[in-house]
Design a protein around this ligand. Structure first.
Ligand SMILES: [Fe+2]
Ligand SMILES: [Fe+2]
Length: 188
């Protein structure tokens, strides 16, 4: 049941993303990374609050891991904002989506943390797929392999000559790690 819900939600969101963005991968990355930074922050906050409430050490390392995930997603956003600038409609969409997704995820996490983590694990698998498609278009020359933003070069310790394709590979491996972590935490 929990797995079914997590998978259905993933399909539902994927459908919207595919319909709305089609092959505009730069814009897709910007908008979706604004959402990707939410769950780690919610999870970190709730695990933190639980520890305070129960007056137990609980899972302290997990708090750090979740907050680090949120921070990592925010970094992704800072990289892609150098690649694609959202239009006014996307900016409005981001504001509404943040409001809705924050509340949705908070409630889901309060009801069932394991389902919430499982859903994110599947979201991250989709992110890996989308970045792979993005990478294919860059490598085939359909999307220009522009120089990587300085922020990404610094963050990943890349060569100064690094390009977008290298950055997308790095981001994709972050997403793969997020997926692993969330599958592990979901525990089913
Ligand atoms: Fe990301
Ligand atoms: Fe991610």
């Amino acid at each position: 049941m929990r797995d079914w819900f997590a998978k259905s939600m993933t399909k539902f969101f994927r459908f919207f993303a595919d319909t709305f963005f089609a092959k505009r991968y730069g814009h897709r990355a910007v908008v979706l990374e604004t959402i990707a930074g939410v769950p780690g922050m919610v999870a970190g906050m709730l695990i933190h609050l639980r520890s305070l409430r129960k007056m137990e050490r609980g899972n302290g390392t997990m708090i750090h891991e979740m907050l680090a995930e949120a921070e990592n997603e925010r970094k992704h956003l800072m990289f892609f904002i150098e690649i694609a600038k959202p239009n006014w409609f996307e900016r409005r969409l981001i504001m509404i989506a943040q409001f809705m997704f924050w509340h949705f995820y908070l409630i889901l996490y309060l009801i069932s943390p394991s389902t919430a983590h499982k859903m994110i694990a599947y979201f991250e698998e989709e992110a890996v797929r989308s970045y792979t498609e993005y990478l294919e278009l860059i490598e085939s020359g359909e999307i220009e392999d522009v120089p990587a933003p300085a922020l990404a070069i610094e963050y990943y310790g890349l060569k100064t000559s690094a390009t977008l394709s290298t950055m997308v590979r790095c981001v994709r491996s972050d997403e793969a790690r997020h997926s692993e972590v969330n599958h592990r935490v979901a525990g089913f």
